[in-house]
Design a protein around this ligand. Structure first.
Ligand code: HEM
Length: 432
């Protein structure tokens, strides 16, 4: 079968003949170029060799919007089963550490294939629907306000350390349905798990993370047991109800894995997306001023930020049959890296993609949340959180500006992407 647009190699002579092999050999998702400008690092690939095999990673790399979109939508030819596999294989000491905690990774929605995936998704998704999460808006706003109050008089802050690291973790745990005292315990387990799946930790660092993962796994089991006993309202209590009705569809291992991976899904992704949004807005003071003057611009700014600085840069699929993507044959079993961040800068869909434009008419076509059967079911919550955080910062601290001269550092990570710090300052006079 053939999906996507066949690659038009060197259409206008802008691709040197040897570019193709060089692009594949040079591609390094942990390298400085990619970390600093993930879409820019693949611009030559988008033009000259939109689908290529990376021998370094043993993955087929897909860079154009239409190809990425088509693969996401094709659940017959592509399996999602590898979605959570560590991209850097775990060394034995890390595996041993996880075994010590009785860690038993099982399928969750994101790495499950049809038809079971959709059967589970339909039963599990309702608590995350837009209408349901909208009910949390007041609680999220109050939480954000509490955090902003802590530093509002200070005149300077690191938006990540002071606000954006903790709020999405707490909101994630709230959505899971944990009572306040358990949120307080569990929020300390909001660790950088993205590094485990998408990073390049050393063997020693792997053990350190494995230890944290193991502890969170154990606590996840305890928390599920308490919710089973005490009941509650939210995503996990809903899943527990499904488990009681259809234990073959949602079993105990599945509940523990949901708690465990739900925090990762809800936390770093949203932290990074919001940190990216604030960096984008404050790097373009005219946009920030406009947005402060007219909060109706916030939803558009959120969509444009998700496009411009996607916090999940790539996602994975495995070909279950011989396929052709963008004109390139990929054998059955081939693993694909779908480069979301690159697709969101594809000039064929987003004119002048390197320009951050909070009024971009088609920004919402971005693929930041994937698309198709597995499209992110947390998107309504992520959008709500981002909107509330931007609205509260714009209302309370319109005089925010970036501390000049700061370098934005990123964790070496192939997919989870966001600035580690966003240092800001403002005048503390009544005018803010
Ligand atoms: C800006 C924040 C977020 C981004 C960029 C993001 C991105 C993604 C992506 C790219 C996928 C994979 C789509 C695919 O395989 O086709 C996904 C799936 C998923 N996300 Fe998110 N996500 C975010 C926030 C959240 C939140 C807040 C939650 C939970 C409350 C969440 C829960 C999930 C779940 C459960 C799936 C699996 C859905 C399925 O396979 O059926 N995500 N997300």
């Amino acid at each position: 079968m053939n999906i996507g647009i066949p690659a038009a190699r060197n259409p206008a002579g802008e691709c040197p003949a040897r570019a193709a092999s060089r692009i594949a050999a040079d591609f390094d998702p942990f390298g400085a170029d990619y970390q600093l400008d993930p879409a820019g690092a693949l611009s030559e690939a988008r033009a000259c060799e939109p689908v290529f095999y990376s021998p370094r990673l043993d993955y087929w790399v897909v860079t154009r919007y239409q190809d990425v979109r088509s693969v996401f939508r094709d659940t017959r030819s592509f399996s999602a089963s590898i979605a959570l596999d560590p991209i850097t294989p775990l060394a034995e000491p890390a595996r041993e550490c996880l075994r010590g905690y009785g860690f038993a990774a099982g399928p969750v929605l994101v790495n499950e294939d049809e038809p079971l995936h959709m059967r589970r998704r339909r039963r599990l998704a309702p608590p995350l629907a837009a209408g349901r999460v909208a009910r949390l808006e007041d609680r999220i706003r109050a939480l954000v306000a509490r955090y902003v109050e802590r530093f509002a008089a200070r005149g300077h802050a690191d938006l990540v350390d002071d606000l954006l690291w903790e709020v999405p973790a707490i909101v994630g745990l709230l959505v899971m349905g944990l009572p306040d005292e358990d949120i307080e315990r569990a929020r300390h387990y909001a660790i950088k798990m993205g590094l485990f799946t998408w990073g390049r930790p050393t063997a020693e660092h792997q053990v350190e993370i494995a230890d944290q993962v193991g502890r969170w796994w154990r606590l996840s089991g305890e928390l599920v047991a308490r919710l089973k006993r005490d009941g509650g309202e939210g995503w996990l209590p809903h899943a527990i109800a499904v488990h009681r009705e259809q234990p073959d569809l949602v079993n105990d291992n599945h509940l523990q894995n949901m708690m465990m991976s739900g925090l990762v899904a809800a936390h770093e992704t949203t932290t990074n997306a919001t940190a990216g949004a604030m960096k984008n807005l404050l790097s373009d003071p005219a946009s920030w001023r406009e947005l402060c003057a007219d909060p109706a611009l916030v939803p558009g700014a959120v969509e444009e930020s998700l496009r411009y600085s996607s916090s999940v840069l790539c996602w994975r699929r495995r070909a279950v049959t011989d396929v052709v993507v963008g004109g390139v044959p990929i054998p059955a079993g081939g693993r694909l890296l779908l480069m979301i961040g690159s697709a969101n800068h594809d000039e064929r869909v987003f004119p002048d993609p390197g320009r951050f434009d909070i009024r971009r008419p088609n920004a919402r076509r971005h693929l930041a949340f994937g698309i198709g059967a597995h499209a992110c079911i947390g998107a309504p919550l992520a959008r709500l959180e981002m909107r509330v955080i931007l609205e509260e910062l714009a209302r309370r601290l319109p005089g925010l500006r970036l501390v000049p001269g700061q370098d934005f550092a990123y964790l070496p990570n192939a997919s989870f992407h966001g600035p580690r710090h966003v240092r800001v300052e403002w005048d503390t006079s009544p005018a803010g």
